[in-house]
Design a protein around this ligand. Structure first.
Ligand code: ADP
Length: 357
């Protein structure tokens, strides 16, 4: 008997299994507590259910975990032609099967499975929301880094003596929360955050049309909630989208990525241990349309050849990240347009013909 999340018993006959099961030998193939993927073959008028495992994809699922959602939310989790579940699989690297009965099997390492489960819960909670795909994407795409970016302005620059009569100031404040790293960080600015704020401000000052807003300031706030190396790149990339979203005129988005060297190997996007114990870390930011480099730093040593290879990796990655940035903006405006359409007042009833004179 298989528990299919239904009030009626669901037997799986030995003949409908994919194995040649001898009488009394079922336990060799399936034990109590095993998870299987099967199809409902038939349900008759007295609710007798027949299951089969003879169809394509049916199998015993080893390892992994099962989460349960309301069966009515299943189509939303699957998405149009499987788009939502494919997105979650691509972003987390998990294998996922969504059963029509609301049971979902996920397999991946602990962290990815937890992220995938969280994404599915989010979809379940917000099944009716507009722009859902975007919410999910935003929540999971940061990986080990979680960064918030906000933009204010152009607004009058304070203190006044900082105002530039010819152009706007671009001021960034990068801050890492005390709880963002495993050993609590002292709150407040330090040399590192002052340096990062400065290089990010300069990167944006070269793309924003500052001459259009004299005496003002465009303020960018980057708050790191969880840090796993490369936070200045993640912050810059997020802030760039926030600037565009705030309607600040810019020559192009800025896209950032780091590469470096670990144990003599040139690699892209180091994580915290690779960064802290590696040989070199080289964050960069480019203006994708022109290829102009607006931020370039290096910690450690790279030979000229290694530097070229590292830059090659970063530029390749930046192009892909730029696509994701543009896509995020596009989707945001699609969902705004959809929301406006839903909230628009109904069209007035057709006016009646004017009374005859
Ligand atoms: P980025 O985050 O841009 O790579 P760094 O190379 O300076 O900047 O930092 C690498 C990582 O080291 C950070 O993302 C963070 O995980 C960790 N780190 C930085 N400063 C601290 C700190 N004060 N305490 C604990 N961990 C830190």
């Amino acid at each position: 008997l298989v528990d299919i999340n239904s009030p009626y018993p669901a037997p799986l006959h030995a003949t409908e299994s994919p194995w040649r099961v001898e009488f009394g030998d079922t336990a060799r193939y399936l034990k109590v507590g095993d998870v299987i993927m099967c199809h409902v073959l038939s349900v008759d008028e007295i609710k007798r259910v027949q299951l089969t495992m003879q169809e394509r994809e049916a199998r015993r699922l080893n390892g992994g975990m099962v989460i349960e959602i309301s069966p009515t939310k299943v189509p939303r989790v699957i998405g149009k032609q499987g788009s939502m579940v494919s997105l979650i699989m691509d972003l987390t690297g998990c294998r996922i099967y969504v059963g029509q009965n609301g049971r979902i099997w996920l397999d991946g390492d602990d962290r990815s499975a937890a992220v995938a489960a969280m994404a599915i819960r989010l979809i379940e909670e917000r099944a009716q929301a507009v722009g859902l795909t975007e919410t999910v994407r935003e929540r999971i795409e940061w990986g080990g880094n979680k960064v918030l970016a906000a933009v204010y302005g152009p607004r009058e620059a304070h203190p006044r003596h900082l105002q530039d009569p010819a152009r706007a100031l671009v001021q960034c404040r990068y801050n890492m929360a005390p709880f963002s790293v495993s050993d609590r960080k002292r709150p407040g600015p330090d040399r590192r955050s002052v340096e990062i704020s400065k290089v990010i401000s300069e990167a944006f000052a070269s793309v924003v049309f500052v001459e259009q807003f004299p005496r003002t300031s465009v303020d960018i706030f980057i708050e790191v909630l969880q840090a796993d190396a490369g936070t200045r790149c993640a912050g810059l990339t997020a802030a760039s989208v926030a600037l565009a979203d705030a309607g600040i005129p810019m020559r192009d988005l800025v896209t950032s990525c780091a590469s470096g060297k670990i144990g003599g190997v040139v690699a892209l996007d180091l994580n915290k241990d690779e960064d802290n114990f590696g040989d070199a870390d080289c964050p960069m930011a480019i203006v994708p349309r022109t290829g102009e480099i607006v931020l370039l730093q290096m910690d450690g040593h790279l030979t000229a050849d290694e530097f070229d290879r590292a830059m090659g990796l970063s530029i390749g990655a930046a192009k892909k990240i730029n696509e994701i940035q543009r896509d995020a903006l596009r989707r945001r405006y699609e969902s705004v347009a959809e929301q406006a359409r839903l909230e628009a007042p109904p069209p007035p009833p057709p006016s009646e013909a004017p009374p005859p004179p």
